[in-house]
Design a protein around this ligand. Structure first.
Ligand SMILES: NC(=O)c1ccc[n+]([C@@H]2O[C@H](COP(=O)([O-])OP(=O)(O)OC[C@H]3O[C@@H](n4cnc5c(N)ncnc54)[C@H](OP(=O)(O)O)[C@@H]3O)[C@@H](O)[C@H]2O)c1
Length: 226
Protein backbone atom coordinates (compact mmCIF):
# COMPACT_ATOMS: atom_id res chain seq x y z
CA UNK A 1 0.00 0.00 0.00
CA UNK A 2 1.43 3.43 -0.88
CA UNK A 3 2.04 5.56 2.18
CA UNK A 4 1.58 9.34 2.52
CA UNK A 5 1.95 12.04 5.16
CA UNK A 6 0.00 15.29 4.72
CA UNK A 7 0.62 18.10 7.20
CA UNK A 8 -2.49 20.11 7.99
CA UNK A 9 -4.84 17.41 6.78
CA UNK A 10 -7.70 18.20 9.16
CA UNK A 11 -9.34 21.00 7.16
CA UNK A 12 -9.31 22.61 3.73
CA UNK A 13 -7.22 21.28 0.87
CA UNK A 14 -5.20 18.86 3.02
CA UNK A 15 -8.34 17.17 4.28
CA UNK A 16 -9.76 16.71 0.78
CA UNK A 17 -6.46 15.37 -0.51
CA UNK A 18 -6.20 12.91 2.41
CA UNK A 19 -9.73 11.70 1.74
CA UNK A 20 -9.05 11.22 -1.99
CA UNK A 21 -5.80 9.34 -1.39
CA UNK A 22 -7.46 7.17 1.28
CA UNK A 23 -10.20 6.27 -1.21
CA UNK A 24 -7.66 5.21 -3.83
CA UNK A 25 -5.74 2.73 -1.70
CA UNK A 26 -3.23 4.92 0.12
CA UNK A 27 -2.45 4.84 3.82
CA UNK A 28 -2.42 8.48 4.94
CA UNK A 29 -1.21 10.15 8.13
CA UNK A 30 -2.38 13.72 8.76
CA UNK A 31 -1.81 16.25 11.48
CA UNK A 32 -3.33 19.48 12.76
CA UNK A 33 -3.24 21.49 15.97
CA UNK A 34 -6.91 21.03 16.86
CA UNK A 35 -7.78 17.60 18.27
CA UNK A 36 -11.48 17.79 17.35
CA UNK A 37 -10.90 18.47 13.64
CA UNK A 38 -8.13 15.87 13.40
CA UNK A 39 -10.57 13.35 14.90
CA UNK A 40 -13.40 14.39 12.54
CA UNK A 41 -11.11 14.12 9.51
CA UNK A 42 -10.15 10.54 10.37
CA UNK A 43 -13.66 9.27 11.15
CA UNK A 44 -15.20 6.83 10.62
CA UNK A 45 -12.09 4.69 11.12
CA UNK A 46 -11.28 2.89 7.87
CA UNK A 47 -7.69 1.88 8.63
CA UNK A 48 -6.43 4.14 5.84
CA UNK A 49 -6.47 7.54 7.60
CA UNK A 50 -4.48 8.23 10.78
CA UNK A 51 -4.30 11.47 12.74
CA UNK A 52 -1.63 12.97 14.99
CA UNK A 53 -2.42 16.16 16.94
CA UNK A 54 0.28 18.84 17.10
CA UNK A 55 2.00 21.70 15.34
CA UNK A 56 4.58 21.19 12.63
CA UNK A 57 6.61 23.87 14.43
CA UNK A 58 7.34 21.50 17.31
CA UNK A 59 10.38 19.20 16.99
CA UNK A 60 8.90 16.44 19.17
CA UNK A 61 5.70 16.46 17.11
CA UNK A 62 7.70 16.14 13.88
CA UNK A 63 9.60 13.19 15.34
CA UNK A 64 6.31 11.59 16.36
CA UNK A 65 4.87 12.19 12.88
CA UNK A 66 7.92 10.56 11.29
CA UNK A 67 7.70 7.60 13.67
CA UNK A 68 3.98 7.08 13.06
CA UNK A 69 4.16 7.57 9.29
CA UNK A 70 7.18 5.32 8.60
CA UNK A 71 8.80 5.10 5.16
CA UNK A 72 6.91 7.33 2.74
CA UNK A 73 5.98 7.36 -0.93
CA UNK A 74 4.59 10.88 -0.54
CA UNK A 75 5.11 13.81 1.83
CA UNK A 76 2.85 16.83 1.33
CA UNK A 77 3.94 19.94 3.22
CA UNK A 78 0.52 21.59 3.26
CA UNK A 79 0.12 23.15 6.76
CA UNK A 80 0.72 26.85 6.45
CA UNK A 81 0.38 30.21 8.15
CA UNK A 82 -0.91 33.38 6.53
CA UNK A 83 0.29 35.57 9.39
CA UNK A 84 -1.95 38.13 11.11
CA UNK A 85 -5.45 38.67 9.67
CA UNK A 86 -6.34 41.15 8.30
CA UNK A 87 -3.20 41.16 6.19
CA UNK A 88 -0.94 44.15 6.66
CA UNK A 89 2.03 45.65 4.91
CA UNK A 90 5.36 43.92 5.35
CA UNK A 91 7.11 46.72 7.23
CA UNK A 92 4.45 46.78 9.96
CA UNK A 93 4.76 43.08 10.82
CA UNK A 94 6.40 42.37 14.17
CA UNK A 95 9.49 40.13 14.15
CA UNK A 96 7.42 37.57 16.09
CA UNK A 97 4.90 37.49 13.21
CA UNK A 98 7.72 37.00 10.70
CA UNK A 99 9.19 34.19 12.81
CA UNK A 100 5.81 32.46 13.05
CA UNK A 101 5.17 32.60 9.28
CA UNK A 102 8.69 31.58 8.23
CA UNK A 103 8.89 28.87 10.87
CA UNK A 104 5.55 27.33 9.85
CA UNK A 105 5.92 27.68 6.08
CA UNK A 106 9.65 27.19 5.51
CA UNK A 107 11.73 26.02 8.48
CA UNK A 108 9.35 23.32 9.72
CA UNK A 109 8.68 21.74 6.29
CA UNK A 110 12.45 21.57 5.69
CA UNK A 111 12.99 20.04 9.14
CA UNK A 112 10.32 17.44 8.39
CA UNK A 113 11.87 16.64 5.02
CA UNK A 114 15.21 16.15 6.78
CA UNK A 115 13.69 13.63 9.18
CA UNK A 116 11.82 11.77 6.46
CA UNK A 117 14.43 11.84 3.71
CA UNK A 118 15.94 8.36 4.31
CA UNK A 119 12.50 6.71 4.10
CA UNK A 120 11.53 8.82 1.07
CA UNK A 121 14.75 7.91 -0.72
CA UNK A 122 14.30 4.22 0.12
CA UNK A 123 10.97 4.32 -1.74
CA UNK A 124 11.99 6.81 -4.47
CA UNK A 125 9.26 8.98 -3.01
CA UNK A 126 7.72 12.35 -3.80
CA UNK A 127 7.79 15.59 -1.79
CA UNK A 128 5.07 18.12 -2.59
CA UNK A 129 5.46 21.57 -1.05
CA UNK A 130 2.18 23.47 -1.33
CA UNK A 131 2.99 26.89 -2.75
CA UNK A 132 1.00 29.92 -3.84
CA UNK A 133 0.91 32.51 -6.60
CA UNK A 134 2.00 34.89 -3.81
CA UNK A 135 5.41 33.18 -4.10
CA UNK A 136 5.91 34.63 -7.59
CA UNK A 137 3.69 37.76 -7.61
CA UNK A 138 4.27 40.79 -5.34
CA UNK A 139 0.85 41.32 -3.76
CA UNK A 140 0.68 44.09 -1.13
CA UNK A 141 -0.12 42.54 2.27
CA UNK A 142 1.11 39.09 1.28
CA UNK A 143 4.83 39.78 1.86
CA UNK A 144 5.71 37.42 4.70
CA UNK A 145 3.54 34.59 3.40
CA UNK A 146 4.73 35.09 -0.20
CA UNK A 147 8.40 35.31 0.76
CA UNK A 148 8.13 32.16 2.88
CA UNK A 149 6.51 30.28 -0.02
CA UNK A 150 9.14 31.62 -2.45
CA UNK A 151 11.81 30.34 -0.05
CA UNK A 152 10.11 26.94 0.07
CA UNK A 153 9.93 26.85 -3.75
CA UNK A 154 13.65 27.55 -4.00
CA UNK A 155 14.57 25.07 -1.27
CA UNK A 156 12.59 22.45 -3.20
CA UNK A 157 14.66 23.10 -6.32
CA UNK A 158 17.87 22.68 -4.32
CA UNK A 159 16.62 19.45 -2.70
CA UNK A 160 15.73 18.07 -6.13
CA UNK A 161 19.26 18.84 -7.35
CA UNK A 162 20.81 17.28 -4.24
CA UNK A 163 18.63 14.15 -4.24
CA UNK A 164 17.68 13.24 -7.82
CA UNK A 165 16.33 9.88 -6.62
CA UNK A 166 13.24 11.63 -5.20
CA UNK A 167 10.83 14.02 -6.95
CA UNK A 168 10.33 17.43 -5.34
CA UNK A 169 7.43 19.58 -6.49
CA UNK A 170 6.09 23.00 -5.61
CA UNK A 171 2.38 22.90 -6.29
CA UNK A 172 0.33 26.09 -6.53
CA UNK A 173 -3.33 25.14 -6.01
CA UNK A 174 -4.78 28.57 -6.93
CA UNK A 175 -7.52 30.26 -4.91
CA UNK A 176 -9.68 27.90 -2.86
CA UNK A 177 -12.72 28.48 -0.64
CA UNK A 178 -11.12 27.61 2.71
CA UNK A 179 -10.67 29.06 6.20
CA UNK A 180 -7.25 30.40 5.20
CA UNK A 181 -8.64 32.18 2.16
CA UNK A 182 -11.44 33.68 4.28
CA UNK A 183 -8.85 34.90 6.79
CA UNK A 184 -7.09 36.69 3.92
CA UNK A 185 -10.35 38.39 2.94
CA UNK A 186 -12.17 38.85 6.27
CA UNK A 187 -15.85 39.69 5.94
CA UNK A 188 -15.79 39.26 2.14
CA UNK A 189 -17.93 36.82 0.19
CA UNK A 190 -15.52 34.19 -1.17
CA UNK A 191 -18.24 31.84 -2.44
CA UNK A 192 -17.03 32.33 -6.03
CA UNK A 193 -13.71 30.61 -5.22
CA UNK A 194 -13.46 26.91 -6.14
CA UNK A 195 -13.87 24.35 -3.38
CA UNK A 196 -10.63 22.59 -2.39
CA UNK A 197 -11.91 19.19 -3.55
CA UNK A 198 -12.06 20.54 -7.11
CA UNK A 199 -8.27 21.10 -7.02
CA UNK A 200 -7.40 17.62 -5.71
CA UNK A 201 -7.47 15.91 -9.17
CA UNK A 202 -4.70 18.28 -10.35
CA UNK A 203 -2.39 17.17 -7.55
CA UNK A 204 -3.37 13.53 -8.01
CA UNK A 205 -2.36 13.91 -11.64
CA UNK A 206 1.00 15.41 -10.67
CA UNK A 207 1.65 12.46 -8.36
CA UNK A 208 0.51 9.86 -10.89
CA UNK A 209 2.38 11.26 -13.90
CA UNK A 210 5.57 12.14 -11.96
CA UNK A 211 6.99 14.81 -14.30
CA UNK A 212 10.48 16.26 -13.63
CA UNK A 213 10.92 18.01 -10.27
CA UNK A 214 9.91 21.67 -10.32
CA UNK A 215 7.04 24.11 -9.89
CA UNK A 216 3.57 23.22 -11.17
CA UNK A 217 0.19 24.94 -10.93
CA UNK A 218 -3.18 23.25 -10.62
CA UNK A 219 -4.36 25.05 -13.76
CA UNK A 220 -1.38 23.71 -15.72
CA UNK A 221 -1.93 20.13 -14.53
CA UNK A 222 -5.62 20.24 -15.45
CA UNK A 223 -5.02 21.83 -18.87
CA UNK A 224 -2.44 19.15 -19.70
CA UNK A 225 -5.06 16.51 -18.83
CA UNK A 226 -7.47 17.79 -21.52
N1 LIG B 1 -6.90 28.64 0.16
C1 LIG B 1 -6.27 29.24 -0.84
O1 LIG B 1 -6.84 30.05 -1.58
C2 LIG B 1 -4.82 28.91 -1.10
C3 LIG B 1 -4.21 29.49 -2.23
C4 LIG B 1 -2.87 29.19 -2.50
C5 LIG B 1 -2.20 28.32 -1.68
N2 LIG B 1 -2.81 27.77 -0.58
C6 LIG B 1 -2.04 26.85 0.25
O2 LIG B 1 -2.77 25.63 0.33
C7 LIG B 1 -2.44 24.96 1.55
C8 LIG B 1 -3.71 24.58 2.28
O3 LIG B 1 -4.40 25.78 2.61
P1 LIG B 1 -5.94 25.78 3.04
O4 LIG B 1 -6.52 26.98 2.41
O5 LIG B 1 -6.53 24.44 2.84
O6 LIG B 1 -5.79 26.11 4.60
P2 LIG B 1 -6.82 25.85 5.81
O7 LIG B 1 -8.19 25.60 5.32
O8 LIG B 1 -6.59 26.99 6.75
O9 LIG B 1 -6.28 24.48 6.45
C9 LIG B 1 -5.01 24.47 7.01
C10 LIG B 1 -4.76 23.12 7.64
O10 LIG B 1 -3.45 23.14 8.22
C11 LIG B 1 -3.53 22.91 9.64
N3 LIG B 1 -2.46 23.68 10.25
C12 LIG B 1 -2.27 25.01 10.24
N4 LIG B 1 -1.17 25.34 10.91
C13 LIG B 1 -0.63 24.16 11.34
C14 LIG B 1 0.52 23.85 12.09
N5 LIG B 1 1.34 24.80 12.54
N6 LIG B 1 0.78 22.54 12.34
C15 LIG B 1 -0.03 21.56 11.88
N7 LIG B 1 -1.14 21.81 11.18
C16 LIG B 1 -1.44 23.10 10.92
C17 LIG B 1 -4.96 23.35 10.00
O11 LIG B 1 -5.43 22.76 11.20
P3 LIG B 1 -5.24 23.51 12.63
O12 LIG B 1 -5.54 24.96 12.40
O13 LIG B 1 -6.19 22.84 13.57
O14 LIG B 1 -3.81 23.28 13.00
C18 LIG B 1 -5.72 22.82 8.80
O15 LIG B 1 -5.88 21.42 8.88
C19 LIG B 1 -1.54 25.93 2.33
O16 LIG B 1 -0.18 25.58 2.14
C20 LIG B 1 -1.82 27.27 1.68
O17 LIG B 1 -0.74 28.16 1.83
C21 LIG B 1 -4.10 28.06 -0.28
Amino acid sequence: MPNALITGGSRGFGRELARALGETGWTVTIDGRTAATVREATEPPTGSLHGVVGTVRDHDHRVELARRAGDLDLLVNNASSLGPSPLRDLASLAPSDLHEVFDTNLVSPLALIGLLLPGLRARAGIVVNISSDAAVEAYPGWGAYGASKAGLDHAGLVLAAEFPDIAVYSFDPGDMRTDMHQAAFPGEDISDRPLPESVVPALMRLIETRPPSGRYTAAQMMSEAT
